[in-house]
Ligand binder design. Structure first.
Ligand code: ZN
Length: 83
């Protein structure tokens, strides 16, 4: 796991907020502002077969009959979005 931190402008208070880009094994960016408390977090998840086929349809891919392997240990890196 490697990460890179840098400053960006907070959209709420316009002061400098800290952003952190992670890029292994998953690419995502989180941010937090120590001045006003604004933050951005990442969540991950796997689509259901129905949702996946709907997305594939948008890219002209044929629907799948069953879900491919879904490695739930990825949630150790980016927490699962629970509905
Ligand atoms: Zn702020």
């Amino acid at each position: 796991m490697s990460s890179h931190s840098y400053g960006t402008e907070c959209p709420n208070c316009q002061k400098e907020m800290n952003s952190c880009q992670e890029n292994r094994p998953i690419d995502y960016i989180t941010s937090e502002c120590i001045y006003c408390g604004f933050y951005v977090v990442a969540r991950s998840g796997f689509m259901s077969l129905e949702d996946l086929n709907e997305s594939r349809n948008n890219f002209d891919e044929k629907p799948l009959k069953e879900l491919p392997k879904q490695d739930k240990s990825l949630f150790d890196y980016v927490p699962e979005l629970k509905e």
